[in-house]
Design a protein around this ligand. Sequence first.
Ligand code: AMP
Ligand code: MG
Length: 357
Amino acid sequence: MRPVTLSSYRLRACCAARGASLALALTFAAGSGGAQERTAAASGEVERVVVAMGTSLQLRVSASDRATALRASEAAVRTIERTEQRLSTWRRDSELSRWHASPIGSGFAASAALCEDLRRADRWRVETAGAFDPAIGALVDAYDLRGAGRWPTPAALVDARRRCGMSHVTIATRSLRRDAAVRLDAGAFGKGAALDAGAAAALAAGAETALLDFGGQQLLAGAAASRSLDVADPRDRARPALRLRIDGGSAATTGNSERGRRRDGRLLGHVIDPRTGALAEDFGSVTVLAARAFDADCLSTACFVLGPAGAVALAEQLEGVEALALVVDGDTGALSVRFSSGLRGRVTPLSPGLQLP
Ligand code: AMP
Ligand code: MG
């Protein structure tokens, strides 16, 4: 393990694995002016990369000593594994998959944690007026988003839409029921749930700071003061478009630049508008900041569906939530940016020619 300094480090997102989205590069500072430079030897720093939730997760944990940092990072990894065991739709033995395999209309004895995940996800469906809806498994299949991708026939779309929507799902304290062949897709909230749970476990095990990074989504929890986050250019994710100065909490980016595929000459994205069954229009990318990773994850997907103006309007309505949209002009290829008012003074353009509004 490579020792790093706590006061300043730079983290490159791991995007090679399936499921990672836009690249973000992250730097955080433990304090300003006169902050003591604490090295691995003094403070206990652990950096790990693990495969989780179908992608690559980078963890950096700092604690008063190395043994505590190791224990805390281990607690985070174990907790994230439990989240995956609950929410993965890739794994047939996950709790969510077992529910999907159970008979329609019957009560399924579910963990309190799964019920709580689904309740929170459903709250974001309500808050986003349906732009986010986790009960879209049938549409994900209709577009074959987990496979090679395809454009569904109109009849297949009608059929899939009949099997979508949280209105078919009843969530009780410890049980779940669905009244149609509805399947949930944790693609837009599972990583967020894992980040929150992992960071909480690391702090409970004695970590001072935990930075957990799935590539398109990060969470910084604990004592760190501020960080800067480079948001990738949606035209070329290897290049940063701008730098954001943010405090602790989570940042999630949704965009198609990595996963977008062409089918029959048209871009087949990975975000669906649950209100229509169509794919969300590809305008570039959106980054959402929120205290909790779960919320940032759900909202970045919703904001992509809502488009740049809708994304900023939604963030303005929500306490503690900011949104930034990078928009690629379909004709000229020029990049522009718009963001919610809380980000004023926190954005530095890096891409040549990118103007702040
Ligand atoms: P993200 O990359 O976090 O925006 O999540 C995108 C993933 O969430 C997709 O690959 C689908 O699995 C799922 N998804 C797509 N559209 C939606 C939506 N409107 N609401 C909820 N989940 C979605
Ligand atoms: Mg998301």
